[in-house]
Each structure stands twice: as structure tokens, then as C-alpha cells.
Design a protein around this ligand. Structure first.
Ligand SMILES: NC(=O)c1ncn([C@@H]2O[C@H](COP(=O)(O)O)[C@@H](O)[C@H]2O)c1NC=O
Length: 508
């Protein structure tokens, strides 16, 4: 493919770091360099000759830097079509030089917003000249090479070296695509800043950090994660995270975030908890979580909200599991856990944050607020003659937390510090209850005195009838059925207590 030699360049970058090798290369090739104030100074410090852009435009940088490159001599130099006679003669007529390479690093708008800066500082960080240079050069990629961010310096250097100081059409088209990626990302952030009140009903998401996964949900499906996982986790051991790992990890961190007062441990499989417990230590919480379902724990995703110590690590080590997430690990615990080379160990550095959930649906996207409601004892409205004891209320809070993070329809059975069993994702609530009862019994739990949580109301009294037969003593549910009365009356006859929260927690 034909190589177009670079003879002139315009460089205007906010962050000057890492530019040195490019300057050295351009200098070596005798490229004529035009530049703006701060960048010009930096390039001169590298010992290269620079023509100030002011010399080209005949204007100084004005209005506090709001106008410096915005001039026909600059944009004409980029945009004129080299194969058009008319464009070439106009360039000569108006004394417009050719600019073959444009290097820009935009004002850091996103960073300034994130720093909590004042509105005026944020507005000044909306780059105008830089973004225009990027668009112009990308549009004229047939003749011009555009490098739109400092992250692309390495690629430019490599391509210039490979092509003897020039670029191919393929190179320039690639850089143009990168440029529009940079400019659209930049504008997305500006729009979202201006539309914080969501007056304009438009969904703009832009994430340039991509991680190609081994595959999607199944090996015949491709999968990519877009986001900055490194902000949340340090991976300390194990194989690459898979699509399904990420889905389970997402569910695990959301569940464990419910427990901020006590040491908690959860084991998840296919998005649902098969074990959850609190305890005096991570080891004890793990043991109790594991007890709830010693079969499902195999290959599971494990998570705790406390530092993993040696005792806990020794206890877990014999279990085959995919992932363990914790906010910290003792060195001797890590040494034990690293004994299995594929085992994924994640150190969680921060909470997930964010208030919205988005997914694709039909031919569009669906967005909703995250379910950030968690009920405490104060939210319980006792609707039966018998009120739950304090201990039962603790158990109801525990069960309700697990219930909120389990696929609907769900029924969760527990005491105040241990999940006994849950029925998950059943098409009828009764089936969920039956599944939970059978499972709890199969792992040796005595349901006498246990509590029950339901993610949505009981349309009929059938669930409390079945629960009563098993000795379940107290129930938490949102309420809101036209037949609430039937369930309440049954509980009163059976001597059970029931509280309503008024908050439904479907998880589809
Ligand atoms: N106003 C303009 O004409 C203009 N032209 C280029 N810039 C930006 O100015 C910055 C470089 O400025 P300096 O070389 O003075 O440090 C770059 O981030 C570039 O994107 C401009 N600034 C903002 O719009």
C-alpha cells in the first residue's frame, strides 16, 4: 500500500508527557512543526524547531485561549483536498500550507467534572479548537493523519517507523476511526453533564475500556466487557475472568454490600446465593454459608466483607471454587489460596456505585433505578396479633436482604445469621416455598422457629399454610395483595407473626 510521507505537523496537546519520542522522530525526519503556546514551549525544550501557530494565523491566542487554532489557515491546511486542482490553487492563493499530521490531546473535561470543580472551570474545559482539529483531520483522512489522544502515540510511532516516516491509507483510516471514537466519547460526557436533570430523554453511554472475554455465556458466543474493572478489583491469582464469572461477581458484590455491620460470607451459583451467613469470624461465617448447600458451593463464587485470614483460607482451601472476593487478604492466607493456580482471587478496592441499570431489550434499551431499598426493623409493620420477637426481627431482616438478591419468584428461609435455603426463580411462589423447604431439610435444617421472606405479596394464603406446617414462626413480605387479609387471618389462627414492608423486590 502506498505510503504518504509526513512533511508537516500541527501539535496541540493538553498533557505533554510521552510526546518526546514522537518529537524526536519528527525532528529526525525534518518535519515542519506548528504548535500552540504550551506545546510549542515543550517541543522547543526537546530541541526541535517549531513555528508558533500565531505566525500562521496572524493572531495571538485570544480570549483566554478560547481561540488559538480556529483559523482558515489552520483548517484550510488540514481540509483542502490534495487531488483537487481548485483546492490546491486556493491554498496557494490564500497562503495556506499543507498540514499532513495533527496531534491533539483534548482538555480533560471528564476528569474536571469528576474532580468536583466549579461550573465555570468545567465549562472552560470544553475543548473547542482541539475537537475541531480532530474532526477536520479525521474527515480528510485520505491526506491527513490524525492522532486524537496521547494514548495513541505508541501506535503512531510504530507506524511511522514501519513506513519510513509516513502512513498508509489504511493507517490514516484507522486513526480517523479512533478520532471519532475520542470525539464522540468527549461529547457524550459533555451532554451527560448538561443533562443531569434528564430533561432531554436520550441515553448516551460511552465506554472505551474494553476487555475481550474468552467467550460469552456459552463458548459459541463472543463476549466483551466494557468498563474499568481495575478500579474495583485487583486480581491476585487465577485465570482470566469469564462472562459468567462477571455476572456472578456483580450479584455477589451487590449482596454482600447489604451487610455492613457484621462479618458476612456468601456463596453464589448462577447469580443466586446458595449460602449466606454472618459470624464471629470469616471462618465461622464461611462454614455456616457452606453448610446451607454443600453441593451447590462446588464451583461457586465466594465473597466476604472482611479480611481473609489464615484460618478462613485453610477452611476454604479444600473446596473447589471459581472466585473468592474480599476487601483484604493476609499474606499467609493468600499463600494457601494461591495453591490452586486457576482459582480467581479478587481484592475488592471499592464499592460499585452508580444509581442506574441499563440493558438491551427488544430493539432498544431499558433503564431503571437500581434497587437500593433495604428494609430495617423500623420499616416493619406488624399485621398479626402476635408480633415477632427481637431475635425474629433480626432474622426477618437477614432473610429479606437475601431475598432481595435472589431471582424471583423467591422464598427465603433462615434464622438471624444463616440462610437455610431459598426457592429461586420459580414460576409460582408456592413452588419456590416447596423447593426451599425440601432443600433446607435435605441439608439437615430444622425449620421449627425459622423465618420466611417473600420478594412479593402472597396472592393466596397457601404459602403461609404450608410454612405453618413446617413450624415457620414469622414472615416478612411487602403486602399489597387484595387477599392480604386471608394470609393474616391464617397466621393469627396458627399463632404466626407477619410483618409487611410495603416494598417489593422482584429480581427478574
Ligand atoms: N481554542 C483553540 O483554538 C484551541 N486549539 C487547540 N486547543 C487545545 O489547546 C490545548 C493545548 O494548548 P497549549 O499548547 O497552549 O498547552 C490542547 O488540549 C488543544 O486541544 C484549543 N483550546 C480550546 O478550545
Amino acid at each position: 500500500m502506498a505510503v504518504k510521507k509526513i512533511e508537516s505537523a500541527l501539535i496541540s496537546v493538553f498533557y505533554k508527557d510521552n510526546l518526546e519520542p514522537i518529537i524526536a522522530l519528527l525532528k529526525e525526519q525534518g518535519v515542519k512543526i506548528y504548535s500552540t503556546g504550551g506545546t510549542q514551549k515543550f517541543i522547543e525544550e526537546q530541541g526541535a524547531e517549531v513555528t508558533p501557530v500565531e505566525e500562521l494565523t496572524g493572531y495571538p491566542s485570544i480570549f483566554g485561549g478560547r481561540v488559538k487554532t480556529l483559523h482558515p489557515k489552520v483548517f484550510g491546511g488540514i481540509l483542502h483536498r490534495r487531488e483537487e486542482e481548485g483546492d490546491l490553487s486556493q491554498a496557494v492563493e490564500f497562503g495556506i500550507p499543507s498540514i499532513d499530521l495533527v496531534i491533539v490531546d483534548l482538555y480533560p473535561f471528564e476528569e474536571t467534572v469528576a474532580s468536583g470543580a466549579a461550573e465555570q472551570d468545567i465549562i472552560e474545559k470544553i475543548d473547542i479548537g482541539g475537537i475541531s482539529l480532530i474532526r477536520a483531520a479525521a474527515k480528510n483522512f485520505k491526506d491527513v493523519t490524525i492522532v486524537a489522544s496521547r494514548e495513541q502515540y505508541g501506535e503512531l510511532e510504530e507506524r511511522l517507523k514501519n513506513n519510513g516516516g509516513g502512513t498508509t491509507m489504511e493507517d490514516r483510516r484507522y486513526f480517523a476511526a479512533q478520532a471519532f471514537q475520542v470525539s464522540s466519547h468527549y461529547d457524550t460526557h459533555i451532554f451527560n453533564y448538561f443533562n443531569q436533570e434528564e430533561e432531554i430523554p436520550a441515553l448516551k453511554i460511552s465506554e472505551s475500556n474494553a476487555k475481550t472475554l474468552r467467550y460469552g455465556e456459552n463458548p459459541h458466543q463472543k463476549g466483551v466487557f466494557y468498563g474499568k474493572l481495575d478500579d474495583l478489583f485487583d486480581q491476585l491469582n487465577g485465570k482470566e475472568l469469564s462472562y459468567n464469572n462477571l455476572v456472578d461477581i456483580d450479584a455477589a458484590v451487590a449482596l454482600i454490600a447489604e451487610f455492613d455491620q457484621e462479618t458476612a460470607f456468601a456463596i453464589l451459583k448462577h447469580n443466586n446465593a446458595c449460602g449466606v451467613a454472618t459470624g464471629a469470624s470469616v471462618k465461622e461465617a464461611y462454614q455456616k454459608a457452606f453448610e446451607a448447600d454443600t453441593l451447590s458451593a462446588f464451583g461457586g463464587v465466594l465473597i466476604t466483607n472482611q479480611k481473609v485470614d489464615k484460618a478462613a483460607a485453610e477452611e476454604m482451601h479444600s473446596l473447589f471454587f471459581e472466585v473468592l472476593i474480599a476487601p483484604a487478604f493476609d499474606d499467609d492466607a493468600l499463600e494457601i489460596l494461591k495453591g490452586k493456580k486457576n482459582r480467581i482471587l479478587l481484592l475488592q478496592k471499592s464499592q460499585v456505585g452508580g444509581t442506574k441499570l441499563v440493558k438491551t431489550l427488544l430493539n432498544g434499551y431499558i433503564e431503571q433505578d437500581k434497587d437500593l431499598a433495604t428494609e430495617s426493623k423500623d420499616d416493619f409493620k406488624v399485621v398479626t396479633k402476635v408480633a415477632p420477637t427481637e431475635e425474629q426481627k433480626d432474622a426477618l431482616v437477614f432473610a429479606a436482604k437475601v431475598c432481595k438478591h435472589t431471582k424471583s419468584n423467591t422464598i427465603v428461609l433462615s434464622n438471624q445469621d444463616q440462610l437455610f435455603a431459598s426457592g429461586v426463580g420459580q414460576t409460582s411462589r408456592v413452588d419456590s416455598l416447596k423447593q426451599a423447604i425440601e432443600k433446607a431439610k435435605s441439608f439437615g435444617f430444622d425449620l421449627n422457629g425459622a423465618v420466611m421472606a417473600s420478594d412479593a405479596f402472597f396472592p393466596f394464603p397457601d404459602c403461609v399454610e404450608i410454612a405453618s406446617k413446617e413450624g415457620i414462626a414469622s414472615v416478612v413480605q411487602p403486602g399489597g395483595s387484595i387477599k392480604d387479609k386471608d394470609s393474616i387471618e391464617f397466621c393469627d389462627q396458627a399463632g404466626m407473626s407477619m410483618v409487611m414492608t410495603g416494598v417489593r423486590h422482584f429480581k427478574h
